[in-house]
Design a protein around this ligand. Structure first.
Ligand code: NDP
Ligand code: MG
Length: 390
């Protein structure tokens, strides 16, 4: 039996992971499931999968979790330290699907114990890519990408020599506002930004898709994970979300990965790697689909893409500033303090205030230093947001 843990089990990626695992319950020994606010789901899944441990991120929900698990034999715990401790419990395969920078510390713990880390939490690589990769290497642990574009790149690279790679193209649907007139973006509502044309995902990544902050993070994720130069990474708007990424080789060949917009493919690939096993996803009928559409991204519509280039050019811990500013700006938009286009302004202002602080950004990348940069960037972004809102 493979020992598995799922961090962010109650979210969109977590639930898709559980869907796959629950189809073969005898194959898996579930060590830990974690969630935050959704205690009912966390407890129901922990019971159903017979997990050893269930953890909520919220201390004040410990009693509720205990009550929901009563008589099940599942251990209950609460708080960020408990989530981190759960990641030290021996497991063969760990899904990292917490949303935001909170996913970094448990991901590092899982790598330290040598587990295979299925990484949906792209924030870990944006904030601390070098630390993640070094920790994996030191502990002989493997990171497998779950983000659909990165899973696609990984699959297109199987059996290939990285030296022959000329470029990597990641596709973007363009999100909810792909075809909106630019002057209408300032009036975009939370509800409109929370609807994705193709993918069914958590609210935060859905809004990040509309602003292209998701793609900006994925460009940085590509650089960190595959070690290519920033100018080898291209973004291509592809409204159907069926080609997830393409790898271009020096002989001019482009290897594309095509599949339905269903995260169970990338999750299942990471779960069964290096095998390919049957997955319950739609088989595409290309004759029925007829054609694929592509466009160049419009940087005036999506300034986040330019900011990602600035992060990569700056280096050091600029990614942690970018991510924290983005998370704060997203909170500001969700709370109604910011207009949709102001999110990018907040990130840009925060970056320009902090990126000149060489002592901060160029310090050694450790978990503590990343946390310090994250904290300062959130404080700075908060002041920028208050300024705009006031
Ligand atoms: P969701 O918002 O659906 O789920 C997030 C999960 O994290 C939930 O289990 C949530 O608990 C938990 N959580 C929230 N805040 C905290 C916290 N502070 N500490 C610990 N746990 C917390 O997100 P998604 O599943 O959409 O995304 C998860 C990650 O995967 C993100 O990094 C995202 O970018 C990435 N990703 C997602 C894709 C998708 O299709 N959804 C595609 C590619 C990448 P609760 O719900 O109980 O409050
Ligand atoms: Mg993606």
């Amino acid at each position: 039996m493979r020992r598995v843990s799922i961090f962010g089990a109650t979210g969109s990626i977590g639930q898709n992971t559980i869907d796959l695992i629950a189809r073969a319950p005898d194959a898996y020994d579930v060590v830990a499931l974690t969630g935050a606010g959704n205690i009912a789901q966390l407890a129901a899944d922990a019971r159903r999968l017979n997990a050893a441990l269930a953890v909520t991120a919220h201390d004040h929900l410990l009693d509720d979790l205990r009550a929901a698990l009563e008589g099940s034999g599942v251990e209950a715990a609460a708080g960020q330290d408990a989530i981190r401790e759960a990641a030290t419990r021996p497991a063969d395969w760990v899904m990292s699907a917490i949303v935001g920078a909170a996913g970094l510390a448990p991901g590092l713990e899982a790598l330290k114990q040598g587990a295979t880390l299925a990484l949906a939490n792209k924030e870990s690589l944006v904030c601390a890519g070098k630390l993640m990769l070094a920790t994996a290497q030191e502990n002989d642990a493997r990171i497998l990408p779950v983000d659909s574009e990165h899973s696609a790149i990984f699959q297109a690279l199987i059996g290939e020599d990285m030296a022959a790679v000329e470029r990597i193209i990641i596709t973007a649907s363009g999100g909810a506002f792909r075809d909106w007139p630019l002057d209408k973006l300032a009036h975009a509502t939370l509800e409109e930004a929370s609807c994705h044309p193709n993918w069914d995902m958590g609210q935060r990544i859905t809004i990040d898709s509309a602003s292209m902050f998701n793609k900006a993070m994925e460009v940085i994720e590509t650089r960190e994970f595959f070690g290519v130069d920033p100018d080898q990474i291209e973004v291509l708007v592809h409204p159907q979300s069926m080609i997830h990424a393409l790898v271009g080789f020096r002989d001019g060949a482009l290897m594309a990965h095509i599949g339905p917009a269903d995260m169970r493919h990338a999750i299942g690939f990471a779960l069964h790697h290096p095998d390919r096993q049957h997955l319950p996803v739609e088989r595409l009928d290309l004759a029925q689909i007829g054609s694929f559409e592509f466009r160049a991204p419009d940087e005036a519509r999506w300034p986040a893409l330019r900011l990602a280039r600035e992060v990569m050019a700056r280096g050091g811990m600029a990614g942690a500033v970018f991510n924290a500013a983005k998370e704060s700006a997203l909170d500001g938009f969700i709370e109604g303090k910011l207009l949709f286009p102001q999110m990018a302004e907040v990130v840009e202002d925060t970056m320009s205030q902090l990126n000149s602080d060489n002592g901060l950004i160029d310090a050694t990348m450790t978990l503590d230093n990343v946390a310090q940069v994250d904290h300062l960037a959130r404080q700075t972004a908060k002041a920028v947001i208050e300024n705009k809102a006031g």
